[in-house]
Design a protein around this ligand. Structure first.
Ligand code: NAP
Length: 242
């Protein structure tokens, strides 16, 4: 059975990916950083339903912590089949108010993390000449968001990373794809009030915000697929159509 690492699996989209894939029978390693209680609860709930998952604390922006996590997974499972780079943070702030440390933190957690994890798993994937990396970008990485320049930059970086690495790794039978969600109902958007949500929904052709399960279903498909690489799949209700 395939072994799958999900970064930021303790909440929101990552939690949905963990639960959906665990129920499909994959070996899952849930990475979390701060939400230890949530991670343990997910593990317990899945165990009660007959599904075992590993949980591992690591700040994905820190290379040494990522390296320790990947070593743990390789020691335990030998082969890593799928890496899902989902961990991320957001911040809404006018560009002129973004402080240098806030810029660095955004880039480190959202983008450098993708370098850290991919670098660490690829030696294993290259050994077996097989693997899949899925990077969670955002609609804002494609069209840009006012007052989210650092977030948009990090997510645009993920798109460039995905396409370039897909070209380089294709001959080694390693696929690299991205998903660009629109607005998904998670804690990341908990600051938005009903009126703000309504204003956003007014611009979405499918007239609703997304569920984390929509992302999980796409990931299930990408894992089963064999011939898709270098693609950024928009799951946004048509919000980003131009
Ligand atoms: P969320 O509910 O806030 O969850 C974020 C997850 O990322 C948490 O599990 C958190 O873990 C983890 N995380 C944050 N910093 C981390 C770090 N340094 N190391 C390891 N894990 C870390 O957000 P979400 O909506 O599910 O977002 C998931 C991904 O989708 C993000 O990359 C986000 O940018 C992207 N996205 C979301 C939306 C949306 O509308 N929700 C839209 C487009 C893209 P801990 O709590 O354990 O620290």
């Amino acid at each position: 059975m395939k072994t799958v690492i999900v970064t930021g699996g303790s909440k929101g989209i990552g939690k949905s990916i963990v639960c959906g894939l665990a129920k499909k029978g994959y070996n899952i390693v849930l990475n979390y950083n701060k939400s230890k209680e949530e991670a343990i609860l997910i593990q317990k709930k899945l165990k009660n339903c007959g599904f075992y998952i590993d949980i591992f604390q690591a700040d994905v922006s820190k290379k040494n912590q990522v390296d320790d996590m990947i070593k743990y997974v390789i020691d335990k499972y030998n082969k890593i089949d799928v890496l899902i780079n989902n961990a991320g943070i957001s911040q809404i702030k006018p560009f002129m108010d973004i402080k240098e440390d806030e810029w660095d933190n955004m880039i480190d957690i959202n983008l450098k993390s993708v370098y850290n994890t991919s670098k660490a798993v690829l030696s294993n994937m290259l050994k077996y000449k097989e693997g899949l990396i899925i990077n969670i970008s955002s609609i804002w990485g494609i069209i840009g968001a006012s007052c989210e320049v650092h977030y948009s930059t990090s997510k645009a970086g993920i798109i460039g990373f995905t396409k370039a690495l897909a070209k380089e790794m294709g001959p080694s039978n390693i696929r690299v794809n991205g998903i660009a969600p629109g607005i998904i109902d998670t804690d990341m958007n908990k600051e938005l009030n009903d009126e703000e949500i309504k204003q956003i929904v007014d611009h979405i052709p499918l007239e609703k915000i997304g569920n984390p399960e929509y992302i999980e279903k796409c990931i299930e498909w990408l894992i089963e697929d064999e011939y898709t690489t270098g693609q950024i799949i928009s799951i946004d209700g048509g919000w980003g159509i131009n």
